[in-house]
Design a protein around this ligand. Structure first.
Ligand SMILES: [Zn+2]
Ligand SMILES: [Zn+2]
Ligand SMILES: [Zn+2]
Length: 159
């Protein structure tokens, strides 16, 4: 698809796709449900539409919507996996690598018209200058990729 996708292993492509599919719109129109329109921007699709869940649903997406969400998923995962593996991050200290990965994810979020918010804590927006981490939080039916202010989340155990 594009360069950043092709460097992912098959396993990685699986979870990236799962992350993308967690970002379903709140309302899904009849046209989107049947794959006529893009699930996210509702533009009518021709044969170049991307099948999102072949054999499961008929959801389809335009390339722009899919790649924008893919960029968000990849950058979130990069940030999150770094935090888990990095001693500096685990100690809650300032880490330039984490900072860089966070900046990439913030950019990807902005491309979706969103800003980071403290989904695992106070639910308030996370300002670029706030100390924050990428975390997995447990919802009713899924574990969700999210964010938390460092102060809102027990720093010793970023999951
Ligand atoms: Zn679209
Ligand atoms: Zn780090
Ligand atoms: Zn918070």
């Amino acid at each position: 698809m594009n360069a950043s996708v092709s460097v992912l292993s098959a396993e990685d492509q699986g979870w990236v796709h799962d992350l993308v599919m967690l970002r379903l719109p709140e309302r899904i129109t009849v046209e989107a449900r049947t794959g006529q329109d893009c699930l996210w921007c509702l533009a009518p699709l021709d044969t170049t539409g991307i099948d999102l869940e072949p054999g499961v649903t008929r959801f389809r997406s335009c390339a722009v919507c899919y790649l924008t969400r893919l960029a968000w998923a990849i950058t979130w995962r990069d940030w999150h996996t770094h935090i888990l593996a990095c001693d500096t991050c685990q100690r809650g200290e300032n880490c330039m690598t984490a900072r860089g990965r966070r900046a990439q994810n913030e950019k990807a979020c902005a491309a979706l018209g969103e800003t980071l918010s403290c989904t695992a804590g106070c639910l308030l927006p996370i300002d670029s200058s706030d100390q924050a981490v990428a975390v997995v939080w447990d919802g009713l039916t899924h574990s969700y990729p999210g964010y938390a202010h460092t102060a809102c989340f027990p720093a010793e155990v970023p999951r």
